[in-house]
Design a protein around this ligand. Sequence first.
Ligand SMILES: Nc1ncnc2c1ncn2[C@@H]1O[C@H](COP(=O)(O)OP(=O)(O)OP(=O)(O)O)[C@@H](O)[C@H]1O
Length: 122
Amino acid sequence: MSTGHYLRQRARSFMFAFQGIAAFLRSEPHARIHAVATVLVIVVGWYFRLSANQWIALLIVTGMVWITEMLNTVIEKIMDHLSPEYHPQVKWIKDVAAGAVLVAAIVAAVTGFVIFVPVLLK
Ligand SMILES: Nc1ncnc2c1ncn2[C@@H]1O[C@H](COP(=O)(O)OP(=O)(O)OP(=O)(O)O)[C@@H](O)[C@H]1O
């Protein structure tokens, strides 16, 4: 495979991945809520001039929420496609996937609390 062909393939893969993010934002109301919350955190963090370490912590927990929410949505859609009928195993799969989002959301909320409460009380 030539270098040019390889680079075109990689660019196409990136484009599909961006299309995936756009599809997620378009179809899932949760995604738009995350987007608003993410913008809000960035604006407030910028206003209070957070330190590099504080930004790194916020970026990691925010990324975890986005990634778990996207994978949870993918799992829900796979299960709805493969097994639209009620099944206890599907319930287990969907509940555990939703639980992963909840873990990420709790970690993000606690991290936000630890960072922003002292900054707001200053
Ligand atoms: N086919 C199924 N078999 C068994 N339980 C199911 C099934 N589909 C959904 N459930 C139960 O309903 C819950 C909600 O499922 P659903 O797919 O509606 O997700 P959701 O969190 O409401 O997603 P969204 O809000 O994005 O629609 C699951 O966590 C599971 O407990």
